[in-house]
Design a protein around this ligand. Structure first.
Ligand code: BG6
Length: 491
């Protein structure tokens, strides 16, 4: 039997922001509804919004209730009762908010105390200093950091140093929400709880791997952030590289946080650097122009509605990135890992495709190599494309057919949002699905030369119309190796 949930205080900086209202509060509500929060557990939002507890509960009632299934009003009321709001002005003169927070936390030192920074990274340092000044960090405290964790190795180190001055590494939880996704965890189970894959999980049998995170959304209203991130920093440095690590890592000795993170780190360290003129050969960047998405005309990146007008930086930022990566070790030498992500693609789909080699000697015409497709979203599942004989007499005709596992159908259960899993892990003190400092820094070390080279180009990224699958260069990147992107609409 699992242990009863322990009381905790979750203090969310940026608690009235988008992430909090769209992801954290709905996830916490689901946990509450499933009986995974102790009765005493509280959520204390901190922001500059100048709200009191009643205002914040009203805001949650208006903005969160419509996002979650409220089948029992008493549970919803119980959830609202957990919510508090403290107004703070970080770095400002007015220390009243910190005094109020200290008052709320006073007497609860033994509870897990989770500080969740869902605010821009430049606030991380000031928050940590205020926490230290107010004496709010207890041995049972944890610090959760949302991305972006810097925009290059130097800034990531600065953030890590600032936070590391107050918290031990074992208290720090760096979120990559992709690691909380059901299929991502299933990848570990598929690889390490089944015997049949491991013998063929290497360069002898695998031709290449594709990791795609395609989104149909654009970036309206996000220019301030996105201009300085771009697809490379927003998606590749974290989500896509983490997926690559899970595909490529060696079997860990134990299902233990450090064993798994140690193996992921080795993969990042084995990535072949892409530098100088190779950047042109092995990477592609694109930016969407006006087009049609979901049957509706949509503007290009530069014309997205926003508070600020586009600048020269906006013209140069990529909304699409594709990279041909390689892991230089015994298992993977010579196997390309194609990474691809973009906004305003034809359909939303995140998946890992492992393409096996052709059979060594074919006795039937028309065969195609096996493909293992791990779909992260939508319709989470695993499909193994195998060759089968078309029914009928006469010539043997082959057809690739999928052997499929749909999580929704097989388990007939709601697939929880990544944040539910991650929040529960933080409360339980389990950092396995969070990034360690050395992992984040190793990822930046690999990304920096690509970002630097792109930034030195005076040219804008290759345009692609919204609603299409990226610029022509992305297709050349794979066709050059005699391959093709796996394009299968999840619909
Ligand atoms: C975030 C990025 O980390 O991930 C967003 O900042 C992106 O730009 C999002 O839209 C995608 O997450 P998901 O879970 O919808 O694939």
């Amino acid at each position: 039997m699992s242990e009863p949930p322990q009381p905790a205080d979750l203090i969310v900086f940026g608690g009235t922001g988008d992430l909090s209202m769209r992801k954290l509060l709905p996830a916490l509500y689901h946990c509450d509804r499933d009986g995974r929060l102790a009765p005493e557990t509280r959520v204390i939002a901190m922001s500059r919004a100048g709200l009191d507890d009643a205002d914040f509960r009203g805001k949650a009632d208006a903005e969160v209730r419509g996002r979650v299934p409220v089948d029992d009003p008493a549970v919803w009321r119980r959830f609202l009762g957990r919510l508090h709001h403290v107004s703070v002005d970080v770095g400002g003169e007015d220390g009243a908010g910190w005094v109020r927070l200290a008052g709320l936390l006073d007497g609860h030192e033994r509870r897990a105390r989770v500080f969740y920074l869902a605010s821009p990274p430049m606030t991380f340092g000031p928050f940590c200093r205020e926490l230290r000044r107010a004496g709010l960090v207890t041995p049972a405290s944890r610090m959760v950091l949302e991305k972006p964790l810097g925009r290059d190795l130097a800034s990531a180190r600065r953030i890590n140093d600032e936070v590391g001055a107050l918290f031990d590494e074992r208290q720090i939880y760096r979120v990559d929400h992709y690691l909380g996704k059901e299929t991502v965890q299933n990848l570990l189970v598929l690889r390490f709880a089944n015997a049949f894959l491991e013998p063929v999980w290497n360069s002898l049998w695998i031709d290449h791997v594709q990791i795609t995170a395609a989104e149909t959304v654009g970036t309206p209203g996000r220019r301030g952030y996105y201009d300085h991130a771009g697809a490379l920093r927003d998606m590749v440095q974290n989500h896509l590289l983490q997926l690559l690590c899970l595909v490529a890592m060696e079997p860990p000795a134990r299902n233990h946080r450090e064993s798994i993170r140690d193996e992921k780190l080795k993969v990042l360290q084995a990535l072949r650097p892409i530098t100088g003129r190779e950047v042109d050969r092995f990477t592609v960047r694109g930016q969407y122009t006006a087009g049609v998405s979901g049957g509706v005309p949509v503007p290009g990146y530069l014309d997205e509605p926003d508070r600020t007008a586009p600048t020269e930086t906006s013209r140069r930022v990529e909304t699409f990135a594709a990279i041909r990566a390689e892991v230089r070790n015994w298992r993977w030498a010579g196997v390309p890992f194609y990474l691809r992500t973009g906004k305003r693609m034809p359909y939303r789909c995140s998946e890992i495709v492992v393409q096996f080699k052709e059979v060594p000697h074919s006795i039937f015409p028309g065969g195609a190599p096996n493909r293992l497709v791990l779909r992260l979203q939508p319709s989470e599942g695993i499909r193994l494309h195998i060759m089968a004989k078309e029914p009928g007499a006469g010539e043997v005709a082959l057809r690739p057919v999928p052997l499929g596992l749909s999580f929704a159908e097989t388990f007939a259960a709601r697939v929880p949002d990544a944040y539910e899993r991650l929040l529960m892990d933080v409360l339980a003190g389990n950092p396995t699905l969070f990034m360690r400092r050395d992992e984040v820094e190793a990822a930046w070390r690999w990304i920096d030369p690509i970002a630097g080279e792109w930034e030195s180009y005076g040219t804008p990224p290759e345009p692609y119309p919204a609603g299409t699958s990226g610029p022509a260069g992305a297709h050349e990147l794979v066709t050059r190796g005699g391959r093709a992107w796996h394009e299968e609409s999840p619909a």
